[in-house]
Design a protein around this ligand. Structure first.
Ligand code: FO1
Length: 330
């Protein structure tokens, strides 16, 4: 059985650990198609938060609390940068993490595409799933916000697009936010291997990631989304919202920007039913949301708290069962 998982963020990485464990029991292989919209160039380094979260989490090097960056991290470089007044100081750059960005930036500067760089980095970490960026092209999530008076440009413009990382880390999403834009999406092509993985998949899973800033930037790659919809595999999503609240992160703030209800049904409506031009065949909701109705989508309740790997494996098994006996058969 071949499983493809669209993933982003820390929740996506944790979910992938469960998919990997399930795949080992089921003799399945797993390809993760990971969001690159969070990627940013800071201090001259290319940083890929969502790829690194999966690589470190599945490779056993992630800090379990933070979910991003390395375990046993130190912050000497970050402190030295601050001593020089080198902005931004709001981005936490760990010393061990810097090595990953140095290797990645060196390879990118030498002309290797991000997919090749990711494969090279994963050789050290052995995540146990194939790790593919959604695209090798530039695709960056920016947030159009109203900036504080003090930060207005000379022309006094109140609205400005800031990088997602500034929105997420420096402002914690607390600025008046009008929309998210995926810079470069129109020209971005699926990374090598992505279309083949989707064409050969028996099941596609949407991780319980932030639908607005982790999954949507992946779907913004038009050929990728088309391949998902026209592909043979049933698409089953896992709700990132339980009982009206995000499991972690700021999906509630992001959904509010799109004026989408922060509910399991609201997120399913955002993805849309395949029959209506959307992408979903099945939708796994937590038992507290068992009454969620999503026209055209097979909804199934299951415990969705990823309290440990066994709980996550049970979620994955429920998604597989939903795909086989619920929506389109795998
Ligand atoms: N998230 C934070 O909240 N604060 C940080 O200082 C921070 C630094 C950071 C460095 C490398 C990296 O790969 C991720 C980092 N993150 C940080 C997480 C990052 O903002 C992610 O994009 C979000 O967690 C959303 O996925």
């Amino acid at each position: 059985m071949r499983i493809v998982v669209l993933s982003g963020g820390i929740g996506g990485a944790r979910f992938l650990a469960g998919v990997r464990a399930y795949a080992r029991t089921a003799g399945a292989d797993v390809t993760a198609v990971v969001n690159v919209g969070d990627d940013v160039i800071l201090h001259g380094l290319r940083i890929c938060p969502d790829l690194d979260s999966v690589m470190y989490t599945l490779g056993g090097g992630a800090d379990p609390e933070r979910g991003w960056g390395r375990a046993g991290e130190t912050w000497t470089v970050s402190g030295e940068l601050a001593a020089y007044g080198a902005e931004p100081t709001w981005f936490g750059l760990g010393d061990r993490d810097v090595a990953t960005h140095l290797v990645r930036t060196t390879m990118l500067s030498a002309g290797y595409p991000l997919s090749a760089v990711t494969e090279a980095l994963a050789t050290r970490w052995q995540p146990g799933v194939r790790l593919l960026p959604a695209t090798d092209d530039r695709l960056e999530t920016h947030a159009v916000v109203t900036v504080p008076e003090a930060e207005r440009a000379d022309d006094g413009a109140a609205q400005r697009a800031i990088h997602f990382q500034e929105w997420w880390i420096r402002h914690r999403g607390a600025l008046p936010t009008h929309r998210f834009v995926f810079v470069g999406a129109d020209a971005a092509k699926p990374a090598p291997g992505v279309l083949d993985a989707l064409a050969g998949a028996d099941l596609v899973l949407l991780a319980p990631s932030n639908p607005v800033v982790s999954i949507a930037p992946i779907l913004a790659v038009a050929e990728l989304r088309d391949a998902l919809v026209s592909g043979p595999a049933p698409v089953v999503g896992v709700s990132p919202i339980i009982d009206g609240a995000p499991v972690r992160g700021m999906a509630d703030r992001c959904l509010a920007v799109l004026e989408v209800p922060c509910t399991a049904a609201g997120v399913a409506g955002l993805y849309g039913a395949r029959a209506d031009g959307g992408i979903l065949d099945g939708w796994l909701v937590d038992e507290t949301d068992a009454q969620s109705a999503v026209p055209g989508v097979t909804v199934r309740p299951a415990p969705l708290w990823m309290t440990d790997e066994a709980a996550t494996v049970a979620m994955v098994r429920a998604a597989v069962e939903l795909a086989t006996d619920g929506g389109r058969s795998a």
